[in-house]
Design a protein around this ligand. Structure first.
Ligand SMILES: Cc1cc2nc3c(=O)[nH]c(=O)nc-3n(C[C@H](O)[C@H](O)[C@H](O)COP(=O)(O)OP(=O)(O)OC[C@H]3O[C@@H](n4cnc5c(N)ncnc54)[C@H](O)[C@@H]3O)c2cc1C
Length: 433
């Protein structure tokens, strides 16, 4: 039967782009169908009034993330070393308290925990914190880190999931070591440029029909056939795609056990970098969890802070409206930078909560306490349909690096399966002679 491609990849985030390139490198024909009018997914950019391209989503990378750094070098993209020195100044009643979440005693305890320990099985992060005999400030900082990075309330996240996911982040150095001068989206663009005509934009996939020897992938405008399909979208969005016949029950459950979080990312651009070096490394606030600011100046005259609002705080603030958020963030940054500090020349807000195509937060999070095998089931897929996303990566899940690793892993499995099918077909043709 005539097919449109060997493999259709749904989604042109870093998972889909990395997978598509790996499949092309194995000599397979590939079509990438992307819902948005641009590639990159949770990595997006926007232009400021001074003509610089800035990150609305994923941004920071570091030398301990080998795959993304290799792509950055191959694409000859310029990196900017961030001013993060490993500890944020905490705005608190105790001036200049410096806190790195990794120095928190609770972080060492979390690292020492075993995600398969039956004693932890039913505990949420909040339950686990309740049982820890440490000063209240340490609990508060840990909770702020959870809200800031995991973007959901601590009482809905299984503690074992936090431990398991954190273990796969093997960075020894700061994850905020670099960002790309022309935004992380410029890397996605470079990857898409290599794929050229393989990528079709503004093509949301609504249904996948699995047949014995092929799959049919439907968008509003097209119906395409392929031997395999890779659904390279986050789990919460993957379950919006109708599967026909329905997925096997365990796999459907594995897709159903994730929840998207809430994060708002704000850029405050200033005319020049006037602030003291002590605030350049980053800022957190003691009275409000899940709020962080980092210096993302390109140089002295392209000065900016990026502010993250994560988890329950993001939900609370978005309910109060954009004007409230802008007023609050401007006021807090003003207090931080001093009475004489000029106002930012630009204030640009991106709310990722409930994002139509990527969910919300940095990544979807497992919220079913019994779903230990969910990731393995999704990686396995069902027949000719496979799933991949940063969430499912064996290394650096929830990061750009993880997306690249997950995409390549899934691509390798599909290419191997196709090679095995070809061998089996050739053998049966031979037998029939
Ligand atoms: C605000 C923010 C800040 C972040 N900061 C960092 C950071 O500093 N460093 C870092 O490493 N990571 C960061 N991350 C996380 C990182 O961006 C993600 O882990 C990574 O980009 C996920 O890639 P992905 O391809 O798995 O998923 P996505 O990027 O979500 O890609 C999925 C793609 O599928 C498309 N899609 C969805 N549904 C359909 C459909 N039905 N049909 C067709 N296409 C569809 C989407 O439009 C999207 O393009 C951040 C994320 C956010 C939101």
């Amino acid at each position: 039967m005539e097919r449109d491609a060997d493999v259709i990849v749904v989604g042109a985030g870093f998972t889909g782009l990395a997978a598509a390139q790996a499949l092309v490198d194995r000599g397979l024909s590939v079509i990438v169908l992307e819902a948005r009018a641009e590639v990159g997914g949770r990595v997006r950019s926007f232009e400021t009034s001074d003509g610089t391209r800035r990150d609305a989503g994923g941004q920071f990378v570091c030398d301990d993330m080998p795959e993304v750094m290799a792509l950055v070098r191959a694409a000859r993209l310029e990196t900017v070393e961030s001013r993060w020195k490993g500890a944020a100044t905490t705005v608190s009643a105790t001036p200049s308290r410096r806190a790195s979440y990794r120095d928190n005693p609770l972080y060492a305890r979390m690292e020492a925990a075993d995600p398969t320990d039956p004693a932890l099985a039913g505990l949420s992060i909040a339950d686990w914190l309740d049982g820890q005999d440490v000063p209240a400030a340490a609990k508060r900082d840990f909770l702020s880190m959870v809200h800031g990075l995991w973007c959901l309330p601590a009482d809905v996240i299984p503690f074992w999931y936090l431990v398991d996911s954190d273990r796969r982040n093997t960075a020894e150095m700061s994850e905020l070591q670099y960002f790309l001068r022309d935004s992380a989206a410029s890397l996605a663009d470079a990857m898409a440029a290599r794929l050229r005509s393989h990528v079709i934009l503004s093509a949301p996939v609504s249904r996948i029909r699995r047949r014995e020897e092929h799959v049919v992938v439907e968008t509003v405008e097209r119906q395409l056939t392929a031997r395999h399909v890779l659904v390279a979208v986050p789990p919460v969005r993957a379950r919006d795609i109708v599967q026909e016949p329905p997925l096997p029950v365990p796999l459907a459950r594995a897709l159903g056990c994730w929840r998207s979080g809430a994060v708002i990312k704000i850029l405050l651009r200033y005319g020049e970098r006037f602030w003291s070096p002590s605030v350049s490394s980053g800022v957190s606030w003691e009275d409000v969890g899940g709020l962080y600011a980092f210096d993302v100046s390109l140089d002295a005259s392209h000065a900016a802070f990026v502010v993250f609002v994560g988890g329950p705080l993001a939900l609370d603030w978005r309910a109060r409206g954009r004007a409230f958020i802008e007023q609050t963030v401007r006021a807090r940054m003003g207090e931080l930078l001093g009475a004489d500090a000029p106002e930012p020349v630009e204030f640009i807000l991106h709310d990722w909560t409930d994002d139509r195509w990527s969910g919300g937060g940095y990544s979807d999070v497992i919220v079913d306490f019994a779903a230990h095998d969910a990731e393995a089931l999704l990686r396995q897929g069902a027949g000719r349909v496979a799933f991949a996303s940063s969430e499912l990566s064996p290394s650096f899940p929830t990061y750009i690096e993880g997306a690249i690793v997950a995409g390549r892993l899934a691509a390798g499995q599909i290419a191997d399966a196709l090679a095995n099918e070809d061998v089996a077909t050739a053998a049966s043709v031979e037998r029939a002679r």
